[in-house]
Design a binder for this molecule. Structure first.
Ligand code: PBG
Length: 368
């Protein structure tokens, strides 16, 4: 005979809360002497995993992955102007903000318990060139935004993107010559960009460009300039993904020719992701990132098992847009799918998640 269960199988179907369980167990046992033991037909089942799913309280107690607002990094798009907020059609619910309104949005994120934001700029075409010169203008949009944010919401961590694409007339993450993306020449510009961002007050610089050797060069330059406490969140395993489409709409930064496959990773490769993170960690990355998240949960999982460095995952624009679009059609329950998706990314091993759902998810987790 197996060990008698406290609750009989049919009670487990009708009860939902621990209080109701206890009440029913009591009344049932007064009616039937056998209610606490398994009936002979089911006596052979020693393990009943459903026991641990019986009530909301029990499920909560054995839950392995718990999301919280502290897990989220909220990506925000900033543009020039005042009092301006522009919707991004392919990212319903996301806007580009002028600086003054960006501060309001950042405060509302902070009020929901979100601890960090990642900034991306919309740069006017006339400021773009092949070398991304505007990317290291100390009076440029991003340095001004960082200074204003640090003044208005000092407790919020600011992560700035290091890459040329928003500033590039070619829409590439590096300098283009004869149709090729130059590596070392680009790294020299990225270093200047990172220094300007650190000087403005960024807590983390986040190279998303996938040039070789950039993490080491940025680390050296930051240290030389005295920015020893400015961290590097490296987009280490960043794949050449079709899921970035809506983001490129948001920044008007799509490549003018070709694709990004000579620098971003091939979607088919997993071992190569380990090589990339090892290099970035050796070069001084504080946090490494996998991007996108959903089609790459296996990569997040492998990397987490491979390293003790914190792992970030980017739940990218296309992943966000798919959920929004299906929800708008009434085909899925947006809130439930959002939480399930974010939970899957954390369960795979992400210590933090960049997500456009940050505010919605934080509000929902707080019952708002
Ligand atoms: C570019 C960059 C991209 C994203 C973040 N930084 C796009 C790209 O590599 O083309 C994508 C983010 C998203 O899709 O949400 N350096």
């Amino acid at each position: 005979m197996p060990t008698p269960t406290v609750f009989s199988p049919d009670q487990s179907i009708v009860t939902t809360t621990p209080v109701a369980d206890a009440t029913l167990a009591d009344s049932a046992s007064s009616n039937s002497a056998s209610s606490n033991s398994a009936s002979s037909s089911s006596a052979s089942l020693l393990h009943r995993p459903r026991r641990l799913r019986k009530s909301a309280g029990l499920r909560r107690m054995v839950r392995e992955t718990v999301l919280s607002a502290a897990d989220f990094i909220y990506p925000l798009f900033v543009m020039e102007g005042e009092g301006r907020k522009e919707a991004i059609p392919s990212m319903p619910g996301c806007d580009r903000y002028s600086l003054d309104l960006l501060l309001e949005e950042a405060k509302s994120a902070r009020d929901l318990g979100i601890g960090a934001i990642a900034l991306f700029p919309l740069i006017p075409d006339e400021q773009k060139d092949n070398a991304g010169t505007e990317s290291y203008n100390s009076e440029g949009l991003i340095p001004r935004a960082v200074r204003a944010l640090k003044e208005a919401v000092p407790e919020l961590l600011i992560i700035t993107d290091v890459a040329l694409d928003p500033y590039s007339s070619e829409g590439h993450d590096g300098i283009v010559k004869n149709g090729q993306i130059l590596n070392d020449e680009t790294v020299a510009v990225l270093v200047k960009q990172a220094l300007v961002q650190a000087e403005a007050g960024a807590n983390f610089v986040a190279p998303s460009d996938m040039m070789d050797g950039r993490v080491g060069e940025i680390r050296k330059a930051l240290d030389l300039a005295g920015w020893i406490n400015v961290g590097i969140l490296a987009y280490s395993a960043k794949y050449a993904s079709a899921y970035y489409g809506p983001f490129r709409d948001a920044l008007e930064s799509a490549p003018k020719f070709g694709d990004k496959k000579t620098y971003q990773m091939d979607a088919a490769n997993a071992r190569e992701a380990i090589k990339e993170i090892e290099l970035d960690i050796t070069e001084g990355a504080d946090i490494i990132m996998v991007k996108p998240a959903l089609a790459y949960l296996d990569i997040i999982c492998r990397i987490k098992q491979h390293t003790n460095v914190p792992v970030a995952a980017y739940n990218v624009s296309g992943e966000y847009a798919m959920i929004k679009a299906a929800a708008q059609q009434g085909w899925i329950d947006e809130k439930a799918v959002m939480l399930e998706t974010l939970t899957s990314i954390k369960r795979a091993g992400a210590d933090m998640i960049l997500t456009y759902f940050a505010k919605d998810a934080a509000a929902l987790l707080q019952g708002k």
